[in-house]
Design a protein. Sequence first.
Length: 284
Amino acid sequence: MLTRELINSFKKKSDLIDYLETNKASDLNYEKALEKHEYEQELLPLQAELVQFQRWVQKENKKIAIIFEGRDASGKGGTIKRFKEHLNPRAMRVVALNKPTEVERNQWYFNRYIKELPNAGEIVFFDRSWYNRAVVEPVMGFCDKTQYDRFMIQVPEFEHMLFESGTLIIKFWFSVSKDEQQRRFEKRLNNPLKKWKFSPVDEKGQELWDKFTTYKNQMFSRTHNHFSPWVVIKSNDKKQARLESIKYVLSLFDYENKGAICKNLLPDPNIVQRYFRNTIQLDR
């Protein structure tokens, strides 16, 4: 058992790690502490690489939009937090829009997203995006069939115009199983600091699971293309999903001093996959 006297006897961090490793069979908390330590040991070099990447984006005036989509409680927000944690806030933004205002509802659907797109030298993280209209809105009855059909026709052209104007869009779908989603919902409801994350839409997430799946599959088949592909992240293990999605982004670019801090920037293909019709997803 860890006591104050025992902790004070450790002369360096490695002494504590060695103790936990030796005694992990006797206490589940020791195993969890070791897992967290290993995760942080892998995360920090990747975040340092992200700092290098951001400097290159600024220097080369690149425009990078990273979209995080997925079912509720799939790990989008936590992953964005790890992406941006050590970045220069002057050259990056997180966009998480509220429901549209009355004025916005009468505008072209993409209007409110256009003004949030990255400027030259900037990275923008979209915590949900225009793809609300592809899945959440039709499932929950927030748009009608005409609006949905119009969006599905227009979105590939919209993204192609962005691509031609120099904006690179990375589209992530975080795939979480039904059982894991339910477990995370229950954890949120039992945590007074996270209750705000649980919404009426979340409440219906399990009930409308199959309907979400139908619209998700339509979205993939109609909006996945070579200039803006969908990338599926298996996110039942949130920590692993964070690490592998960072690796995926870094692997796409030849920025200055790439790999100087973190040698392994290739994502695990068992966790990160480009969408294709036979892709095995957790939220099928």
